[in-house]
Write a protein that binds this ligand. Sequence first.
Ligand code: FPP
Length: 257
Amino acid sequence: MDFVKFFKNRRSSQETLLNSINRDKIPQHVAIIMDGNGRWAQKRGLPRYAGHKAGVEALKDIVKACIELNIKILSVFAFSTENWKRPKEEVSILMDLLTKYLASEKDDLHKNGVKINCIGSLDKLPESAQNEIAKAYVLTKDNQKLILNIALNYGGRLEIIEAAKKLAVNICEGRMKIDEITEEIFSSFLFTNGQPDPDLLIRPSGEMRLSNFYLWQTAYTELYVSSVLWPDFRKNNLLEAIIDYQNRDRRFGGIKK
Ligand code: FPP
């Protein structure tokens, strides 16, 4: 393969994509279901973990691109409450990758103004992962350039049940009245408390489902499905998704002005 030609072509297609982006309509919050790692590995005759490892490289590239594009929040679905059903070795490799990612990337992410915010039932994760999550959080908690929400042992239904339970406790203990519950109040009991809902949700690998991700938060999110498998997903693919998003007509249930 002629690599010089390959990189020249990629650069020029990126320039074309960047020229098509409307800088005044950049989505504030982008969410991604990082899917297709297993298929990526299978296509190459590699073990599944090789796909997850390559998925980490895609994540690094997309975080960088989000910073460059001035996206304010990036949410990535890394491990669902259902993913415990996978073989033990795969679960342990995923936990290991996450721990190593946080340990090796947190200083760089911190320098670049990224706040690392892991969300989900984190107390069920291995202790080594919990320690790295805590260290990354403490180091980066005041950063404001980009919030990186990493969903781990996260399930949208569980999140809603947990919010309902907390509300019930508040009501039973007399701190709140039933009539005071509004969408805003309910949202404040979710992991994404204080953050705007995602404007754009990207699902690589062609699957067209939410898989229990951000069930509450995606009520009016624009969905974009890409056939590219997550380990191959790069800045150009993100730019394509954003251009598509910028051509949508978001009415939020209203009518066009
Ligand atoms: C889904 O693809 C992917 C996952 C369950 C794991 C995602 C994890 C990473 C990208 C790497 C680790 C994360 C961090 C935050 C460092 P799949 O395995 O279900 O793919 P398939 O549908 O092709 O089998």
